[in-house]
Design a protein around this ligand. Structure first.
Ligand SMILES: Cc1cc2nc3c(=O)[nH]c(=O)nc-3n(C[C@H](O)[C@H](O)[C@H](O)COP(=O)(O)OP(=O)(O)OC[C@H]3O[C@@H](n4cnc5c(N)ncnc54)[C@H](O)[C@@H]3O)c2cc1C
Length: 327
């Protein structure tokens, strides 16, 4: 599925996609289905972006997105396919009582859904885009951090918008400043593998259970981990206040937040996780942003809503835009 950066870039493609998160991968699949050639570049070691699952001390821990909901027909069709292959199942229908809306999870963790979408897609990872150029012949060049230059007719960037902006602003007139000035909320998180059951009750997830905590989950109760392991996400205000603080102090404060959920279990291993671009604060009103003269499209959850569903919808809209631009 993935190829190491540093390989020859291969022939020019119709579309280069920066970002192998959900948006970029959904777009890639749609473009391939439309008969276009695609290459996806991601700075991470593997695909998924904020669909992130970590293996630690025998546990399986989702440390980015915890679950997703489904409203659109296109996502419902994908969920039917994933369900039929046992890649997705319903975790619960609400955390504070049932509200009738299923919360879906990847049965092997959320990252497995990104890996499934990446199957058969030319993904280069790790390959960080460090510069782009729209050349005199009307083609895009994207240089990655190993010095490789990739070429394409269209460019789709699904990186967080400040990063997309810094990559393309020299080539494109009229980028709307409002969207690029929009900041993202940050998230500080703690992953804790336990030697016994946590203090959470089924279904094993709680939204805003205490001041400072946005979400806490027991990955064993959720059904993805063979051993008890907590994911705790601090809320945006708590995270921002401590973002630049001493890391040891932050870790100790995160342990303090997690204590009521750990109960009497012992800690086998703990890790702090920092998400600088966790949640776009003010999503753009369109599902993607299109610059026709340069055949550039920007997508990602900053355009269609700060969730799995938003990233999905933006990826689809971005692919439709690229198909039109590539005609
Ligand atoms: C802590 C946390 C909890 C969340 N919980 C939920 C939840 O429970 N339910 C839900 O629906 N949503 C949740 N979300 C939101 C959800 O994860 C995102 O909306 C969605 O995954 C975003 O997908 P994306 O493709 O737009 O962006 P990303 O997943 O961020 O993908 C962008 C990709 O671009 C890559 N990239 C960036 N810069 C470059 C570069 N220069 N060169 C190459 N690659 C680059 C990154 O490595 C990344 O892989 C959560 C997010 C976080 C952080």
């Amino acid at each position: 599925m993935t190829a190491r950066a540093g390989r020859a870039p291969g022939p020019e493609v119709d579309t280069l996609i920066i970002g192998a998160g959900l948006s970029g991968l959904v777009a890639a699949r749609r473009l391939i289905a439309a008969g276009l050639t695609v290459r996806v570049l991601d700075k991470g070691r593997s695909v998924g972006g904020r669909l992130a699952t970590r293996r630690m001390a025998g546990a399986v821990v989702d440390h980015g997105a915890q679950f997703f909901t489904v409203r659109s027909e296109s996502l419902a069709a994908q969920v039917d396919d994933w369900t039929s292959r046992d890649l997705v199942r319903v975790w619960c229908n609400g955390f504070d009582g049932e509200d009738g809306h299923p919360r879906y999870i990847g049965t092997a963790g959320m990252n497995s859904l990104a890996k499934d979408l990446a199957t058969g897609v030319d993904v280069r990872a790790p390959a960080m885009a460090v510069a782009t150029r729209f050349d005199d012949l009307g083609h895009w060049e994207v240089t990655t951090d190993d010095g490789t230059v990739h070429r394409s007719r269209c460019l789709l960037s699904t990186a967080p918008v400040p990063q997309s902006f810094s990559l393309v602003f020299e080539s494109v007139d009229g980028l709307p400043r409002e969207v690029f000035d929009a900041d993202y909320d940050r998230t500080l998180g703690l992953l804790v593998v336990l030697d016994g059951p946590s203090a959470l009750a089924p279904p094993g997830g709680m939204q805003q259970p205490l001041p400072g905590v946005a979400f806490v989950a027991d990955n064993a109760l959720k059904g993805i981990s063979p051993v008890p392991a907590l994911t705790l996400h601090a809320d945006p205000a708590w995270s921002l206040e401590r973002w630049d603080a001493d890391p040891d102090g932050v870790e100790s404060e995160l342990h303090g937040l997690a204590e009521p959920f750990i109960g009497s279990a012992g800690i086998v291993e703990a890790q702090v996780k920092r998400w600088r671009f966790a949640t776009p604060r003010a999503p753009w009103s369109e599902r993607c942003w299109i610059d026709e003269p340069t055949r550039l499209v920007l997508g990602g959850d900053a355009f269609a809503g700060p969730r799995f569903e938003g990233a999905w919808e933006s990826g689809i809209a971005a692919a439709e835009a690229v198909v039109t631009l590539c005609r």
